[in-house]
Design a protein around this ligand. Structure first.
Ligand SMILES: [Zn+2]
Ligand SMILES: [Zn+2]
Length: 238
């Protein structure tokens, strides 16, 4: 069976060669996730980040402006890379142009850089940020779910993809202020199973204003969940 699987993988590889998540060139080896030139190209957030949400902050600051201003629904969270142009382009290819193999690289990097932190939080379950069924059908997959499954496998933590469901499409968040964003999202999420006392790690690809994760965290807590943490592949600057 393993032999057949290898043949099948080689066949697929010949048809759809894996590409580098940074420059999109064909990778020279089957085991490689990123090309040798691009290794280390994405901007890692290793120090000077908000102790609450993980956003980059000036050197002497402990918290970002948002986390200083108001109480958060989540306990703590981390984003691995900076959401810059390079990352934006990489995610565009991953989400919309069929470069699904990037997911392996993304998940391994999350595991490598914040795996210890996640283990320290000891979540019972990983919950990907859901998208509506319609959107998932159009896109073909939910990137948050893809990342959660791969991270869950690496960390040996179960993934509950159907636990949170997104019932309705929300307006684009970009032109709304913080309060409007929350209102926009509030009734969109439905929790479908008992989460009583569970420690939950929310997984998503990007954290910008944080309103999506914040709202989902609020819904989970309203349903009785315990501590909520989150991890995202990348996180915006301000
Ligand atoms: Zn490359
Ligand atoms: Zn913060």
């Amino acid at each position: 069976m393993n032999f057949l699987r290898t043949i099948w993988e080689l066949f697929l590889e010949a048809l759809y060669p894996s590409r580098c998540p940074v420059c999109n060139r064909i990778l020279p080896g089957r085991k490689l996730r990123i090309c040798p030139v691009c290794g280390g190209s994405f901007h890692l957030i290793e120090e000077h980040y908000c102790l609450k949400c993980g956003k980059p902050v000036p050197e002497m600051e402990e918290y970002c402006v948002d986390c200083k201003e108001r109480k958060r629904e989540f306990c703590q969270g981390r984003g691995v890379f900076l959401y810059n142009m390079q990352m934006k382009n990489s995610l565009l290819r991953y989400k919309y142009y069929g470069s699904r193999e990037y997911g392996r690289y993304y998940a391994e990097e999350i595991f490598r850089h914040v795996g210890t932190q996640i283990k320290h939080w000891k979540p019972d379950v990983l919950v990907p940020v859901p998208m509506t069924r319609r959107k998932k059908r159009i896109r073909g997959f939910n990137q948050a779910e893809d990342l959660a499954e791969k991270i869950g496998e690496l960390l040996q933590i179960p993934v509950a993809a159907g636990l949170a469901v997104k019932k309705k499409e929300t307006k684009s968040q970009k032109k709304l202020n913080a309060a409007e964003r929350m209102g926009n999202l509030k009734d969109a999420f439905v929790i479908t199973e008992s989460v009583q006392g569970l420690k939950i790690l929310i997984v998503d690809d990007v954290y910008t204003t944080g309103s999506t994760i914040e709202t989902l965290a609020g819904c989970l807590k309203e349903s009785g969940a315990g501590e909520i943490y989150f991890v995202t592949l990348c996180i915006g600057q301000l």
